[in-house]
Design a protein around this ligand. Structure first.
Ligand code: URA
Length: 274
């Protein structure tokens, strides 16, 4: 099978995100004799360039009826400019959630998110583990201790940033979240991001990166780049739980964090991630 080079992969991912924004989610392969990657890009019509002052054409793709209803119903926090109030409304909207199977599979509580509602920087992990499920706060176990050290190494405190996960309930046995669980839960995270409006996001690990960016790539390709996530700059680094298993990668993580610090204009301390 032909593999795509990273640049091609990013171009394709941008294309997929563009189609998602138009409400197109299903893609079908058309028969072709040319190599897979090249054809996929070459056959696509160009993404229309929309200048700031150019009159915008109405979207021609009608979303499916169920989605149209969702789109027609504004989020209850729409128009609320105070992020504290907006986050409270989102939390209330989640309620004692039973929208996916995880509510029936031993989760104790919903782990919403924690930190500064006006944070410039947001960290996004995968899913709560046992400690987080117990305490109702993301990243409070061993991986959380390491994340706290990473934040401190950047010259920040946990209370300066906002920390959340792709999904809000602990999967049984800490298994990787299923795609449909991410799809059901992540819209609430998107609303949290919209309420907080961070300038920077750090996706921790491949589940966070893949879900947020809709790109299926290995960590080696995700790391070291900035991505535009709905107007917020997004970087990817290793998940702290992975670093606990392979501490040699802390050095690499420190490089990723330094990239973020530089963009944020933070002073470079000599200390790295311990
Ligand atoms: N791992 C995560 O991805 N999130 C947490 O909150 C804890 C561990």
């Amino acid at each position: 099978m032909a593999t795509l080079d990273p640049q091609m992969k990013r171009a394709l991912a941008a294309r997929v995100r563009y189609y998602h924004e138009l409400g197109i989610y299903d893609f079908y392969k058309r028969g072709s004799s040319a190599p897979a990657g090249e054809v996929a890009i070459a056959q696509l019509p160009p993404i229309p360039v929309i200048e700031e002052d150019m009159p915008r054409k109405p979207k021609t793709v009608a979303p499916p009826p169920q989605e149209a209803e969702i789109l027609a119903t504004p989020n209850p926090e729409a128009g609320v400019t105070d992020p504290v109030a907006a986050l409270r409304i989102i939390r209330e909207d989640i309620g004692d959630c039973t929208r996916c199977r995880l509510s029936q599979q031993g989760r104790k509580q919903i782990v919403f998110g924690v930190g500064n509602p006006k944070a410039e920087l947001m960290f996004i992990g995968e899913a709560p583990g046992a400690d987080e499920d117990q305490q109702g706060e993301p990243f409070v176990g061993r991986a959380g201790q390491l994340l706290t050290n990473m934040i401190k190494a950047m010259g920040l405190e946990r209370s300066d940033v906002y920390i959340a996960n792709i999904i809000k309930c602990r999967p049984p046995g800490n298994r990787t979240p299923e795609r449909d669980e991410c799809d059901t839960c992540s819209p609430f995270l998107m609303r949290q991001i919209a309420a907080i409006q961070p300038k920077f996001i750090v996706a921790l690990g491949s589940v966070a990166a893949k879900t947020l960016l809709a790109i299926n790539a290995p960590m080696s390709e995700f790391r070291g780049h900035w991505y535009d996530f709905r107007g917020t700059q997004l970087a990817v680094t290793y998940h702290p739980a992975f670093l606990l298993r392979d501490p040699r990668q802390k050095k690499e993580t420190w490089k990723d964090l330094q990239m973020v610090m530089k963009a944020m204009g933070l002073p470079m301390p000599s200390k790295s991630v311990e």
